[in-house]
Design a protein around this ligand. Structure first.
Ligand code: MN
Length: 236
């Protein structure tokens, strides 16, 4: 069983196309779109492209909730059939005994980073039968072990917050986890943001957000991060 986990595409079609060029050559059994699929520069194109893939499965992210006021600009751009499609996204998927969720092992919205304490992760894992859990949402890739659980953050395809720019994703290959980074034209993606895109300046700065180091993301503590202002950022 080979599964490509593509999280937080965030409407970035150049990033998605670059990743799919690699993914399609690997011929995975499944492609999991792990939530926060369309909010970004090319929402219509990203949904159509993702939906055209026969092996694709979709998960709900916090920014895929059609009634969420923060995403109204993007929802208004979608066709009716696309809105109906997004409304079907489930909060969790199990494929090959791996659990896929957007935020944390138990939530669409909770944040998990490398700094989230083990005891907090234990709480989030309570009652979960699958020993491997793939999440996203914080846009920072990692592969952690807590007791006999493996928690993988697939990273973000469309708005990676890492030390190197690129599109980040994960490949689950017969029990092996491979963290992947794919180059794409980041500057072109930034230029393609429409002039009237909400928070255009912030968005331009966060495709990608460049961290000083992989181990110094944000604050420690329970929630680990609250917003991008918690990050140490360097100019790109
Ligand atoms: Mn999210």
């Amino acid at each position: 069983m080979r599964v490509a986990a593509l999280y937080d595409v965030e409407g970035n079609i150049p990033a998605l196309e670059a990743v799919l060029a690699e993914v399609e050559s690997l011929q995975p059994d499944a492609i999991v779109f792990g939530g926060d699929l369309f909010c970004g520069a090319q929402p219509v194109e990203v949904i159509d492209r993702a939906r055209s893939l026969p092996a694709a499965h979709f998960l709900l992210g916090n920014a895929d909730r059609l009634d969420e006021p923060n995403v109204a600009y993007h929802v208004a751009l979608l066709r009716e059939d696309q809105r109906d499609f997004v409304a079907t996204f489930p909060e969790k998927l199990v494929i090959g005994n791996v659990l896929y969720r957007h935020g944390s092992p138990r939530s669409v919205d909770e944040l998990v980073t490398v700094l989230t304490p083990d005891e907090v992760l234990r709480e989030m894992l309570e009652g979960i039968g699958q020993k491997t859990v793939v999440i996203g949402h914080t846009h920072m890739q990692f592969d952690r072990q807590v007791d006999d659980y493996r928690i993988v953050n697939a990273g973000s395809v469309g708005a990676a917050w890492e030390t190197e720019p690129g599109a980040y994703w994960a490949l689950l290959d017969n029990g092996e986890v491979k963290l992947r980074r794919t180059d794409y034209d980041v500057e072109a993606a930034i230029r393609s943001l429409p002039a009237d895109h909400p928070n255009r300046e912030v968005r331009a700065r966060t495709i990608p957000l460049r961290l000083r180091s992989a181990s110094s993301p944000p604050l420690g503590g329970r929630a680990a991060i609250r917003s991008i202002t918690d990050f140490e950022v360097r100019e790109h």
